[in-house]
Design a protein around this ligand. Structure first.
Ligand SMILES: [Zn+2]
Length: 232
């Protein structure tokens, strides 16, 4: 029988785990997301697909690129809620969870078997201080662990503090981020196949700018992995 206990009800409401997308209370075996939201995640099949839309977007700018993204980024839908929870609300458990899923798809595809090191798109130190974490590094952490490859967090750095890319046009994004990255250890990068990891790729201007820094090292190859692809 239900006994009226406002304090207990209030505490339950405050501390019961809620779905990171729709906010409904989680029940049974549900973790982080409810089953309804999980069923609406728009997964891509890019990992196994040569010439997938992300590779076509990057191929003119990144030589011999292999690229994958786990899901399509859809506005006002589950995938946007997931990315926002990770990027703006510090839900690092979600970053690790989907980082593992991305890694599993990469491993199963066997297209990225010769990757040597994992490098996250770096944040500018001021942005890192502002946010307290780098979401791409958190995603990379799970990928590196699953793939049993080293995570190299300091081989490139963001030297410009750039404004957010969210509301910029294709050209504005490219201008905003061009020259924003610098390599730190060209010797260590030489001859390596780098898997560059970002949270969301829209026009590709950020990963292209990272490539400009990484490719200063002789014989470096760059492949790209993202949680979400927001291109058309
Ligand atoms: Zn939900």
């Amino acid at each position: 029988m239900y006994a009226f206990n406002p304090l207990k009800d209030l505490l339950n409401a405050m501390y019961s785990p809620k779905c990171a997308s729709c906010g409904n209370l989680l029940v049974g075996d549900e973790r982080m997301l409810c089953i309804e939201c999980v069923s609406h995640i728009p997964y891509t099949c890019f990992a196994t697909m040569t010439d997938n839309p992300l590779e076509l977007l990057l191929e003119g700018s990144i030589a011999h690129v292999k690229a994958t993204a786990l899901m399509y980024y859809e506005k006002n839908e589950v995938s946007q809620h997931i990315i926002h929870a990770i990027k703006y609300y510090g839900n690092l458990k979600l970053a690790h969870h989907f980082g593992r899923q991305l890694a599993e798809s990469i491993i199963a595809s066997h297209r990225f078997d010769d990757v040597d090191i994992i490098i996250p798109v770096p944040l500018h130190p001021l942005r890192w201080l502002e946010r307290g974490y780098n979401q791409s590094r958190e995603i990379s952490y799970s990928i590196a662990k699953k793939m049993a490859k080293p995570l190299e967090n300091h081989l490139i750095a963001r030297s410009h503090y750039t404004s957010t890319q969210t509301r910029k046009s294709h050209q504005e994004r490219a201008e905003n981020v061009a020259g924003a990255f610098k390599p730190h250890n060209l010797k260590r990068l030489c001859g390596k196949h780098v898997l560059l990891v970002d949270d969301v790729i829209t026009t590709g201007s950020t990963v292209k700018a990272c490539y400009a820094a990484l490719s200063q090292a002789e014989g470096v190859r760059v492949s790209v992995a993202a949680l979400a692809y927001a291109g058309n």
